[in-house]
Design a protein around this ligand. Structure first.
Ligand SMILES: Nc1ncnc2c1ncn2[C@@H]1O[C@H](COP(=O)(O)OP(=O)(O)O)[C@@H](O)[C@H]1O
Ligand SMILES: [Mg+2]
Length: 252
């Protein structure tokens, strides 16, 4: 069974950035094969990896509701489509979820798809999920348990409060969560004492293990503009080092 790592946190906190950096970290350590899942309906992890999306799971789900090509069963068609949707790279594959179904749809297409996803998951040692702000996709993806939930926060009191609420939200989720970690991103350097105290207080109160505090990085912003893959970022960039130190704490 693969180990599952999933991102959580409100929009713009750095979930996708950290997913790309986590992939870089794991690939560098041979923690492979990895299935990277972009579970944001407004998918953009592929951009940070300089990859083109061909087909999303949402599109497959739609196609499954229509006519099948002649001589093909729904199962065969889906298996083929999922393979087409999988972007295969060295050490990892990327799967893009795309638009979710409307609420309350328990159609056969979803069940077929969940089974195929289950089957696919068995090919990997790790699954890394870049999640959108809500956690809906997590329960939809038929994941039984998340080993590590990484809650990403901005460095503000309200941001930390949101991170705490997200941590508490996982309780009623259908999926079981192993460890919950807090990563504070884009923090000013040096960190003001009051902010550091607030971060530590939030982590302990909200049952989050503090994995790390990452600096705001102009290099990162410039890299994003360049359109180059984050896997090619220099290892000695302060934000990359801070992220790797956080991943060391989480995965060791
Ligand atoms: N440590 C950082 N320093 C500077 N910019 C950052 C940092 N982390 C993220 N960003 C920028 O913030 C924006 C939002 O990040 P993103 O990873 O897309 O957030 P999310 O996936 O949570 O919505 C992006 O433009 C990204 O480049
Ligand atoms: Mg994102």
């Amino acid at each position: 069974m693969p180990k599952i790592i999933a991102m959580a946190g409100k929009g713009g906190t750095g979930k996708t950035t950290l997913t790309a950096l986590l992939l870089k970290y794991m690939l560098g350590r041979g923690q492979t094969p990895i299935l990277a899942v972009d579970a944001d309906s407004n998918a953009n992890l592929n951009e940070l990896l300089a990859l083109e999306i061909r087909l999303t799971i949402g599109e497959i789900r739609k196609a499954l509701k229509g006519e099948m090509p002649a001589g093909m069963s729904r199962d065969q068609f889906m298996e083929m489509q999922v393979h087409q949707a999988l972007i295969e790279e060295q050490g990892y594959d990327l799967l893009v979820m795309g638009q979710p179904d409307g609420p309350g749809c328990y159609c056969a297409a979803n069940q077929h798809l969940a089974m195929t996803m289950d089957h696919l998951a068995g090919n990997y040692a790790w699954i890394v999920v870049d999640n959108e702000a809500g956690m809906e996709h997590l329960s939809r993806m038929n994941l039984r348990a998340i080993d590590h939930l990484l809650v990403v926060s901005d460095p503000s009191a309200r941001g930390l409060l949101t991170a705490c609420r997200i941590a508490e939200l996982t309780g009623p989720l259908a999926v079981e969560v192993g460890q919950q970690h807090l990563i504070v991103n884009r923090a000013p350097q040096p960190i003001p004492g009051a902010l550091q105290a607030k971060i530590e207080e939030t982590a302990s109160r909200c049952n989050l293990a503090l994995a790390g505090v990452l600096p705001a990085s102009e290099e990162l912003a410039a890299w994003e503009l360049s359109g180059r893959s984050y896997l090619e970022l220099a290892d000695d960039l302060p934000v990359v080092r801070a992220a790797f130190a956080a991943f060391d704490r989480i995965l060791s």
